[in-house]
Design a protein around this ligand. Structure first.
Ligand code: C2E
Ligand code: MG
Ligand code: MG
Ligand code: MG
Length: 278
């Protein structure tokens, strides 16, 4: 048994760890100053109202334009940024940038609401609420135009503290979405006592929904749960027309995914808005 552990799988694991440690170290050095060098950018992905087919918001997704590696996705650098204590300044930059961009977007004279992702360290940092209030003032955007996406794990890292933050956010008129819903390990009891506006069904339940009735059962249950709690339900990661139709049939409120649009840079997103019939 032991011999098994000491052979290939272990070596493989070790190698993988080493590689990521190297990358970690490399990224640590390069992330410092990335804000000042203006290497971050935001891509935007539309959210569509299934009943009307109209756009009703966009999610801002962070990218790092790495000088050698090109566009780096958040999975590879967010945790490094958290460990370096850089995540709060990054969240502030995301807020300022996303609010400034969204101010330029109009659909039929109406502004397009923006969602940003806030990770655990940033969510529980003492400056979050002041930062959001300041960013809204600076941009001249109403709190109702902003949604903050957090995961259950972020909330559960310190539920008492998190509950207070959610109360402050809702006082500002900012909406709160639970991201990757259905993948956390927490009980559901927080849902009944916290001001949560939106559940985002994790994409893992949607990718194979057309073939797997168990995914359909889970998705249906989340939609019903969300509606019973007066939450909107968003399905993210919708890649096919069939799934969009299935979701519509199940009464899901909003969809987001490659089938509608990939995340696009500001200019591309505006272009998409001008051509979309949504
Ligand atoms: P998330 O918030 O759950 O975002 C959804 C992810 O799914 C995004 O990946 C998006 O590009 C991808 N996606 C959208 N539609 C589809 C689809 O139809 N099929 C598939 N396969 N994927 C789709 P991305 O942009 O790589 O972001 C990954 C995660 O990084 C996000 O997950 C979020 O947790 C985090 N993140 C992104 N931007 C920020 C940020 O500004 N700050 C923080 N703290 N985290 C961020
Ligand atoms: Mg998100
Ligand atoms: Mg998600
Ligand atoms: Mg996620």
């Amino acid at each position: 048994y032991r011999a098994k552990w000491n052979s290939a799988p272990f070596l493989f694991f070790e190698t993988e760890e080493d590689a990521s440690a190297t990358e970690h170290l490399q990224f640590s050095g390069q992330l410092h100053g990335a804000l000042e060098r203006e290497e971050f950018e935001l891509h935007y992905q539309p959210k569509i109202d299934l009943a009307s087919g109209r756009i009703c918001g966009a999610e801002a997704l962070l990218r790092w334009q790495h000088p050698q590696q090109g566009l780096v996705l958040p999975k590879r650098f967010i945790s490094v940024a958290e460990q370096l204590g850089m995540i709060s300044p990054i969240t502030d930059w995301v807020l300022d940038t996303a609010l400034a961009h969204s101010k330029q977007w109009q659909v039929g004279g109406e502004p397009v609401a923006i969602s940003i992702n806030v990770s655990a360290r940033s969510f529980h940092s003492p400056g979050l609420i002041a930062g959001i209030r300041q960013a809204l003032l600076k941009a001249g955007v109403d709190g109702s135009q902003l949604e903050v996406e957090i995961t259950e794990d972020t909330l559960m890292a310190d539920l008492d503290h998190g509950a207070g933050i959610l109360e402050e956010l809702s006082k500002l008129g900012v909406s709160i979405a639970i991201d990757d819903f259905g993948t956390g390990y927490s009980s559901l009891s927080y849902l009944k006592r916290l001001p949560i506006n939106t559940l985002k069904i994790d994409q893992s339940f949607l990718q194979d929904m057309a073939n797997d009735p168990r995914d359909v059962a889970i998705v249906r249950s989340i939609i019903e749960l969300g509606h019973n709690l007066n939450c909107k339900v968003v399905a993210e990661g919708v890649e096919a027309q069939g799934v969009r139709e299935q979701l519509k049939g199940l009464g899901c409120d909003l969809v987001q995914g490659f089938y509608i649009s990939k995340p696009l840079p500001d200019a591309g997103f505006r272009e998409w808005l001008s051509h979309s019939t949504h």
